[in-house]
Design a protein. Structure first.
Length: 405
């Protein structure tokens, strides 16, 4: 393992991140580590641009142009067609906007198709929008293997998370997009666990819509602004369910009637959060420095090494790896099921091996190639083996559910 770290071409990227000594961080798929340059960038925005420049910084510090600049950078990471990206709002709000646009574009269809194990907020947004529209829309949930067969002329939009948050299973974006288009349906991809972690080619797949967050593999910080993508071919006729002043054709004309801005700007709503957007750019810039082919190759290697170590070193303790064995179908995480997953994870965290728990029974370990080494994988599994062998997880403090798991 040490030799693999010594020859790892991505190893120098670790120095770009601030990580506490002795911590093995396996939760970058939930909240990425802080880049070292972020604190200084945020301080500059707060102290100079806001503190001294005040409102002049919208012009003098380029605040108005910042969201669009970062959007284009993220677009490069995910293969977006030029002119289709915007940054701002949360993933959930962006999903509401794009799902509404998709349904408006297919007025004679009433089904939103998704997988049964999709991230809950995506399901909630679809349920809430359907209730709000009160037009008979249905959220239809099927098993992943049944999605292609469930596509028919009743489906308005196929809504999928590219890499499943729970298992790490990854869909064939191009194949399912093509299958949906063959039936006349649109496709909306959630890239929360994909952007910056696995190769994505939205334009190559002819994707219609996409959303994603900035705080996982893009390392933008807790609650970092999200992004959205609309295929440029759809923009002229796109109708979004939220229309705000930043999406107006002339925001500072202060007209009483809404006129949509040309292009992707019409998908934006309110004033962008400059401090958090500035922090996001630092993480995105680091992601752009790393060749995606190298990131993916290391991710595949690390997930395979970790899974194999768990099988070898922790056999006989009732662990079951639920992530796909096939690397082509696996994102950058390994999910391990155990009936007592919650207290086991709490015991691991207490020993500085930080992953997370996902109900009802999954220990989730994220592989973040830019700052995770191979030797750390061995050390993490050794701590896991010790926790299981010594039954440390049975201690009362590890069995008390905390608000964030």
């Amino acid at each position: 393992m040490v030799e693999r770290d010594r020859t790892d071409k991505l190893a120098p990227f670790r120095d770009k991140f601030s990580l506490p000594p002795g911590v093995i961080y396996l939760d970058g798929n939930s909240l990425g580590a802080m880049p070292r340059a972020t604190a200084a960038r945020v301080a500059a925005v707060v102290q100079q641009e806001w503190g001294e420049g005040l409102i002049r910084s919208w012009n003098d510090a380029g605040w108005m142009d910042l969201p669009g600049r970062i959007a284009d950078k993220i677009g490069t990471l995910i293969g977006a067609a030029p002119g289709g990206m915007a940054v701002g709002d949360s993933t959930s709000v962006n999903l509401f906007k794009l799902l509404g646009a998709a349904l408006a574009a297919r007025p004679d269809r009433r089904v939103i198709l998704t997988e049964r194990g999709n991230f809950p907020t995506d399901l909630y947004i679809a349920q809430g929008l359907s209730a709000l529209l009160a037009a008979g829309h249905e959220l239809r949930m099927v098993a992943p293997e049944d999605i292609a067969g469930a596509l028919d002329d009743s489906v308005a939009v196929l809504m999928l998370t590219h890499v499943n948050y729970h298992t790490g299973a990854m869909f064939d974006m191009a194949g399912l997009t093509r299958a949906a288009h063959d039936t006349g349906a649109l496709v909306l991809w959630d890239l929360a666990h994909s952007a910056g972690a696995v190769p994505v080619d939205l334009a190559g797949a002819d994707a219609d819509f996409a959303i994603g967050c900035g705080y996982k593999y893009l390392n933008g910080g807790p609650g970092a602004p999200a992004f959205l993508y609309v295929a440029p071919r759809l923009l002229p006729d796109a109708r979004f369910p939220i229309t705000g002043w930043w999406g107006h054709a002339a925001p500072f004309a202060f007209e009483t009637g809404y006129r949509p801005a040309p292009g992707i700007a019409r998908a934006t709503v309110g004033t962008a959060p400059m401090i958090s957007i500035a922090a996001l750019e630092v993480g995105v810039d680091i992601a752009l420095e790393a060749p995606m082919a190298a990131v993916r190759a290391k991710s595949v290697a690390q997930t395979e090494v970790f899974a194999q170590l768990v099988r070898e070193r922790c056999a006989g303790f009732g662990l079951t790896i639920v992530s796909p064995d096939d690397a082509a179908r696996r994102g950058s995480q390994v999910s391990v099921a155990h009936p007592d997953a919650y207290p086991i994870m709490q015991a691991l965290i207490a020993q500085n091996v930080i992953g997370d728990f996902r109900a009802p029974d999954v220990l989730r370990f994220g592989m973040t190639p830019l700052y995770l080494g191979f030797a750390e994988l061995w050390d993490a599994v050794e701590v896991l083996r010790r926790v299981l062998t010594e039954e440390t997880w049975k201690q009362p403090q590890f069995n008390v559910r905390r608000s964030v798991t």
